[in-house]
Design a protein around this ligand. Structure first.
Ligand code: UGA
Length: 438
């Protein structure tokens, strides 16, 4: 099939490449000319395992192209996918201005039958509003007669940065929200080659599914963080509890990793958006208020513990391992690590940070006085404490003998319980995890 992808952000680019790999011809459109030029040269704008290779392969096969000009590629498109951002806008509501702009551009240019697919995470009711908007723009462009053959489908994404290409090819399910059987069939065919079950539902249910999935996962994280806090007060160990409850198949083992709270560009935004969306219907989503509150408190609690145990951090040198919002990505948006570093700098700490991928992007968000090291071990030279803020597996492979020699004081505050199994105490470190028996 011929597919146009509007937006080459994370979701648009991964999805565009995924469909190209499935054999479709994909034209990716973005208003950012510099980004399009880089992509054209085969350079990926963010870190994602496997992506540079796939981009090169698809470009060589002529199955993916990049342009700033929607008009030049919309002609043969059977499917036009909207994958632009829906950032948190005023008061936590999703900002739909990019989606609306995409709908207007499609409507003003479209002169043939096509299916418009909304990939962006949008509040319930948006897909129908997008269809109306496209039809209005078509009418304004003198193509009133064609408006009945355009349709809109909701295709929410469940990609995780770090595993995105695998999530595309081997998803748990493909959620297709559509009003008619023809549109459903077209979307089913578009995914030929992927064996996952298709869940066919209404536009509204598909829109709500996306938010419900992220909000439920965020709820699990806040829940286990509260259990961790109780574990600390009672002598239990949250890792043991998480393993034991996770083996109940009704609960499952995932998203029960206690730590410094969830971050990223998805959970915080989607949890707030669902909370606000509920509010506009006159329903108070009390559970989500608590999920957000617990998440904020978890970051604060981690900082408070460091300050208390070190008797203040003013002028103390702290090595920080990890700035990305989770391991496997360079994405620092909404990162708990960034928030914690900012708070510690505010309290007068000297920070020397290291992240395998996230330093370049983190530098733009952090105060000037934060220093960056070129290796994890280098960051610890002269440090009064080591803080682990992102779950990068490679931190476990560092020589802790060397780290111990380099540090001024052997304090370790592990916000991800990543080093818990390494026996750091036996090596002379004062090790503290989150909700771990000490
Ligand atoms: C999330 C969802 O997992 C994806 O399915 C979804 O497609 C994506 O949002 C999106 O809406 O685009 P992502 O934000 O990449 O993906 O990250 P997750 O792996 O879900 O982790 C979110 C945050 O929760 C991270 O900060 C992570 O460190 C934290 N987390 C996760 C925990 O603290 N504990 C856990 O047990 C799991």
């Amino acid at each position: 099939m011929n597919l146009v992808m509007i937006g080459t952000g994370y979701v648009g680019l991964v999805t565009g490449l995924g469909f190209a790999k499935l054999g479709h011809r994909v034209a990716c459109v973005d208003t950012d000319a510099a980004k399009v030029a880089r992509l054209d040269l085969g350079e990926t704008p963010f870190y994602e395992p496997g992506m540079p290779e796939l981009l090169r392969e698809m470009q060589e096969a002529g199955r993916i192209v990049f342009t700033t000009d929607l008009k030049s590629v919309i002609g043969g498109a059977e499917i036009i996918m909207i994958a632009v951002g829906t950032p948190a806008g005023k008061d936590g509501f999703a900002d739909l201005s990019y989606v609306e702009a995409a709908a207007d551009s499609i409507g003003s240019l479209l002169d043939h039958e096509a299916l418009v697919v909304v990939k962006s995470s949008v509040p319930v009711g948006t897909n129908r509003a997008v269809l109306d908007r496209i039809r209005r723009a078509m009418g304004a462009a003198g193509r009133e007669a064609l408006t009945t053959i355009v349709n809109v489908v909701s295709l929410p994404e469940f990609l995780r940065p770090g595993f995105a290409l695998r999530d595309f090819m081997e998803p748990d399910r493909i959620v297709i929200g559509a009003d008619d059987a023809v549109a459903q069939q077209t979307l089913d065919r578009l995914h030929d080659g992927i064996t996952a079950p298709r869940v066919l539902l209404s536009l509204e249910s598909a829109e709500l599914t996306k938010y419900a999935a992220n909000a439920l996962l965020a709820t699990k994280v806040s829940f286990i963080n509260e259990i961790a806090n109780i574990a600390e007060r009672t002598g239990a160990d949250v890792r043991e509890v998480a393993r034991a409850v996770g083996l109940d198949r009704r609960i499952g083992p995932h998203f029960l990793q206690a730590g410094i709270g969830y971050g990223g560009s998805c959970f915080p935004k989607d949890v707030s958006a669902l909370h606000q969306m509920a509010g506009t219907t006159g329903y108070e989503f009390k559970l989500l208020s608590a999920v957000i509150e617990v998440n904020n408190a978890q970051r604060e609690r981690f900082v408070t513990r460091i300050v208390e145990e070190m008797h203040g951090v003013r002028g103390r040198r702290l090595a920080v391992w990890g700035l990305a919002f989770k391991g496997g990505t360079d994405d620092v948006r909404g990162s708990s690590a960034i928030d914690i570093v900012q708070r510690l700098v505010g309290l007068g700490a000297e920070i020397v940070a290291y992240d395998p991928q996230g330093m370049e992007l983190a530098q733009r968000m952090l105060p000037e006085q934060v220093q960056f090291a070129s290796t994890a071990v280098d960051a610890t030279t002269g440090a009064d404490a080591l803080l682990v803020l992102t779950e990068w597996p490679e931190f476990c492979d560092v020589s802790f003998e060397t780290v111990r020699e380099r540090m001024a004081e052997p304090n370790v505050f592990d916000g991800r319980n990543l080093l818990a199994e390494l026996g750091l105490k036996g090596m002379g470190f004062a090790y503290r995890g989150v909700g771990i028996r000490e």
